[in-house]
Design a protein around this ligand. Structure first.
Ligand SMILES: [Zn+2]
Length: 514
């Protein structure tokens, strides 16, 4: 009897210890530290007018929005009457390459970006590679990716053999690879049809791949085949891909890049609206600059880099030699930062002759330095009219993207703050709420992201606190890495990553899967 009693008591004691342990674990989960942001004008990313409210976060998520009182022991952040918005989503980014060495992600954080979507213009890393890199070096930015057609071509056809149409056998191999990537969480298929690695692919090749993306219920995103001389055909091609596949298609960094076409944004928009009215889900993203950034070779739409007639055409129609800067030039460092016109003057040549020479020197350099890593040449080419840029920014179906990287073009550091400073506050092209929608809720919709882009209960706590009366970009061609003004704090997945123009050292970014 005594023995049974002891056994019973120890059994009860064991039960007690067990249940209290379980209870403690539960309590821990419930008590997981909450943070409350008070005293802000909330712009929630849906386009709805700003209103005053508080936001409570717990762990990675937003758990309450409204008129909230602080709990005891809760961390309270005073927003001082500034604007709290969802963290900005950059639908077309080239920032990833710099993140291994600079995981604090200042180029993106300083402009309020919390998510970048990479794999654009047809060039991508496999999902597993991105996951591995983010695990090896955590980052202060969320990353999602499309799968690039050019990368698929390079893998299947070989890097040196992509300057032709693919065979059916090769297309079938690409389809298999694409399907695998989409199953791993890639957002869809991206193409960069203007670049040599994809320029020679037929419309049929693109459509066959796009159909694979459509079957997987994903999306198509394209730097279209031409942004100048064959623009009309290029727009027709993406509209047709949307019609045939019935999936959402997006024009990357929409622009009118040829002087003869300047001022025709309203006509292009009308054409896109007509396609939308016919049931094609076509959208665009756009960056707020009148100059693009790419290789010198893009200035030759016919890819005939030694043809003087084409060089003259480039100077007259495709870019402005007086306002276009060589931002990178590995062969001759002295040319970096100068306009093409200034380099031509140094060389005692016409700008068109200099243009051909610069391309020839660059390709010679590439041949002699096969191991050279990085960009050999890059030009920030003034090629658009301000009026067209503003029209595209105002188009209701265009979201904002940077197309930027860590250096080179100022868009890499200043795109989103430039929209808020110049296009909202100074030029009044769109309202603040509309602009935020175009950087958050609309972008998420265009990309198929469900739990980011809007400040709502259950969504991830990606947030940006900024001053609407001072926010502005400071990056320009001369100083492309200057940080923006007015972005006060940035949170990614509930953790503060940026404050007072400095990184906090937190690296909470995740790989976002479709
Ligand atoms: Zn592009």
């Amino acid at each position: 009897m005594h023995l049974i009693k002891i056994k019973l008591i120890s059994y009860l004691a064991f039960l007690f210890v067990l249940t209290s342990r379980l209870h403690a674990q539960n309590k821990n989960a419930v008590d997981q530290k909450t943070q409350l942001i008070i005293h802000v004008q909330l712009i929630d990313g849906t386009g709805k007018p700003a209103y005053s409210a508080s936001v409570r976060m717990q762990g990675k998520k937003i758990i309450e929005v409204g008129q909230l009182k602080a709990n005891t022991n809760e961390q309270v952040i005073d927003g001082k009457g500034l604007v709290l918005a969802p963290g900005f989503i950059d639908s077309h980014s080239h920032h990833f390459g710099d993140l291994d060495s600079h995981p604090e992600a200042l180029p993106t954080n300083n402009q309020g970006i919390t998510t970048i979507i990479i794999g654009q213009d047809g060039e991508s890393f496999p999902m597993d590679t991105i996951a591995k890199r983010m695990k090896a070096q955590p980052m202060a930015i969320n990353v999602g990716t499309y799968t690039g057609q050019a990368s698929l071509r390079e893998e299947v056809m070989g890097e040196k053999d992509v300057f032709r149409a693919a065979t059916q056998t090769e297309i079938d191999k690409m389809k298999g690879l694409l399907k695998k990537e989409l199953n791993k969480g890639s957002f869809g298929l991206s193409t960069g049809l203007e670049y040599e690695q994809a320029f020679f692919s037929t419309k049929d090749e693109v459509i066959q791949l796009a159909k694979v993306a459509a079957v997987a219920k994903t999306r198509y995103m394209s730097h279209i085949r031409s942004e100048d001389i064959r623009m009309t055909a290029a727009i027709d091609e993406i509209i047709e891909i949307g019609r045939v596949t019935k999936m959402p298609v997006q024009i990357s960094h929409i622009k009118l890049g040829m002087k003869n076409d300047w001022g025709t944004a309203p006509q292009l928009i009308e054409k896109l609206e007509k396609a939308r009215a016919a049931g094609i889900n076509i959208t665009a993203d756009v960056y707020p600059y009148t100059y693009w950034n790419s290789t010198l070779r893009v200035l030759f739409p016919q890819r005939d880099y030694t043809n003087p007639v084409s060089a003259e055409f480039a100077v007259n129609q495709v870019f402005d030699a007086n306002q276009s800067y060589l931002v990178k030039y590995a062969p001759i460092e002295a040319y970096r930062g100068k306009t093409i016109a200034a380099i031509a003057a140094m060389r005692n040549e016409k700008p068109s002759v200099t243009l051909m020479a610069l391309i020839a020197i660059a390709s010679d350099f590439k041949e002699k330095n096969p191991d050279f890593k990085g960009t050999i040449d890059a030009i920030a080419a003034k090629a658009m009219s301000e009026k067209d840029v503003a029209s595209f920014i105002a188009w209701p179906h265009a979201n904002i993207c940077s197309d930027g990287n860590a250096g080179g073009h100022p868009r890499g550091h200043g795109t989103f703050t430039r929209i808020l400073g110049k296009y909202v506050r100074e030029d009044k092209i769109i309202t603040l709420e509309r602009a935020i929608y175009k950087m958050t809720g609309l972008s998420a919709k265009h990309l198929g992201i469900k739990d980011r882009g809007v400040i709502a209960v259950g969504n991830y706590a990606d947030l940006v606190l900024f001053n609407p009366s001072t926010v502005k970009d400071n990056a320009n061609i001369q100083d492309s890495r200057a940080l923006s003004t007015g972005i006060e704090m940035v949170w990614i997945n509930g953790q503060l990553t940026y404050k007072n123009q400095k990184a906090t050292g937190n690296y909470p970014g995740v790989l976002i899967k479709r």
